[in-house]
Design a protein around this ligand. Structure first.
Ligand code: UDP
Length: 239
């Protein structure tokens, strides 16, 4: 194995990362770019589990704001993550990267159900595991899923790939010019300062289980590899 800082990682991809500029739906060309980067990291011998979001398809909260029952709206969101997972699997496998999709809601015809020990076994056998359908429960997010699965499979870190933002800032850098970037923080800092990184459930779970987080810009090619090799890009959040 090449010299890497993290040997087992959870890569959190938001739904938007699979959608491209239009920010909705699935764009196979966009997914190809992500898949190629993942393959490069895979080639280093890193064990990779991916948690995919679904914001490019649907967000339960938005449905609830328009009068839907929240849990029902959230289940639609979770199904959106499954579509993304299958698209990502398709793309990775076309690059000869072996993968398995595991869903938190059973859909045996298209994916395995989530079984922790099996997921670990896949990683040990050099397969990338894609976790879909979030936690399987409404009112949660795929960020919380990333924190949960990272704890369960003893991942060394959560790699949070952001679209166009290169770390955690004191305010939204796209809206506030005085926003400053943090190079290091703790999960407690994020909670106390109310920084918009992950939801509080995800932050507190990561804090309680000592899971570090690296937030970095996905739009710069090679960044996943840089983070895995230990380059200080983005913001590192200590466990
Ligand atoms: N979701 C859920 N429970 C989970 C994970 C996700 O109900 O454990 C739903 C929720 O409605 C959410 C949607 O799935 O809005 C898409 O996930 P998320 O917003 O986390 O996706 P991302 O922002 O990462 O693309």
């Amino acid at each position: 194995m090449t010299d890497v800082k993290y040997k087992r990682v959870i890569l959190k991809l938001s739904g938007e990362a699979l959608a491209g500029d239009q920010k909705i739906g699935i764009n196979p060309l966009e997914i190809r770019k992500v898949a190629e980067e993942i393959k490069e990291v895979y080639a280093l011998g890193v064990q990779i589990a991916i948690v995919v979001g679904g914001g490019n398809m649907w967000r339960g909260e938005a449905g609830a704001q328009m009068g839907m029952e929240r849990s029902q709206a959230d289940y639609i969101g979770m199904l959106g993550t499954v579509m993304n997972a299958l698209a990502l699997q398709d793309n990775l496998e076309s690059l000869d990267v072996p993968t398995r999709v595991q869903t938190s809601i059973e859909m045996r015809q298209i994916a395995e159900p989530y079984i922790r020990r099996k997921a670990i076994r896949h990683l040990e056998k050099d397969r990338i595991v894609i976790f879909a359908a979030g936690t399987g429960s409404p009112y949660f997010s795929t960020d919380t899923t990333a924190a949960l699965r990272a704890s369960e499979i003893n991942a060394d870190v959560i790699l949070m790939a952001k679209n166009g933002v290169d770390g955690i800032y004191s305010a939204d850098p796209l809206k506030d010019q005085s926003a400053v970037k943090f190079s290091e923080l703790t999960h407690l800092d994020i909670i106390n300062k109310g920084l918009q990184v992950m939801d509080t459930t995800a932050s507190s779970l990561s804090m309680d289980n000592n899971i570090p987080l690296v937030v970095f810009n996905m739009n710069e090619r090679g960044n996943i590899q840089r983070v895995v090799k230990g380059e200080s890009i983005g913001t590192t959040v200590k466990g």
